[in-house]
Design a protein around this ligand. Structure first.
Ligand code: SF4
Ligand code: SF4
Length: 195
């Protein structure tokens, strides 16, 4: 799928979100303390952005954060099997949200890849009470946001096979090329787990 299409979708989402009532503000980042999934079709634009736009200093911080994230992931997922969708997106996702696991790209409460953050982050807004996002990291976004996300997923699904993976899996090779990742079953990262 063309990267230009993904970038256009990102721009369209931003435009749409700009028309929606919400209380989300720069520096408010409770929602960045949970597992974030990325679609395979977003991988290239995110990696490109990291490679060409981030400073060495920022990359070094992300690398440290990524190691922390992967240590936590490795300690909180089964060791004796190839991971499936339930292990990664349900069990681990719940644990990560409960413990408030920080996204590796969050630096000083700001997103270091804001311009090219994944769709799941882009489309997520709530209307009031940011503190509720702290109490429940898996708080639902507004119905309009939810439906928009679903519409985009369905559109992209009509164009190519969609898979998801945790954001750190998408970028690991850029920061920690020698670190091993626990394998996830081929069918374990189907888009069905996206809801
Ligand atoms: S979703 Fe919640 S935590 Fe995230 S920016 Fe909006 S109010 Fe803040
Ligand atoms: S990618 Fe950025 S917006 Fe998304 S969770 Fe990470 S820090 Fe937050």
């Amino acid at each position: 799928m063309e990267n230009e299409l993904i970038k256009k979708i990102y721009t369209d989402i931003d435009r749409f979100i700009g028309t929606q009532s919400n209380c989300c503000k720069k520096g408010c980042a409770y929602c960045c303390h949970q597992q974030i999934e990325v679609m395979n079709v977003e991988k290239e634009v995110i990696n490109e952005f990291i490679t060409s736009e981030l400073s060495d200093q920022t990359k070094e911080i992300i690398k440290e954060n990524l190691n922390v994230w992967l240590d936590y992931f490795d300690s909180n997922t089964p060791d004796n099997k190839t991971l499936d969708g339930n292990d990664v997106f349900k069990d681990f996702g719940s644990k990560a949200a409960k413990d408030g696991l920080k996204c590796p790209f969050l630096i000083d409460n700001l997103c270091s890849i804001y311009e090219m953050r994944p769709m799941t982050c882009r489309v997520h807004i709530v209307e009031s009470e940011p503190e509720f996002c702290n109490k429940n990291k898996l708080r639902d976004s507004t119905p309009n946001s939810f439906h928009t996300r679903l519409k985009i997923v369905n559109f992209l699904r009509s164009k190519s096979e969609l898979r998801i993976e945790p954001l750190p899996y998408t970028v690991k090779h850029l920061f920690l090329p020698d670190r091993q990742l626990k394998p996830i079953e081929k069918n374990g990262n189907r888009i069905d787990h996206y809801k």
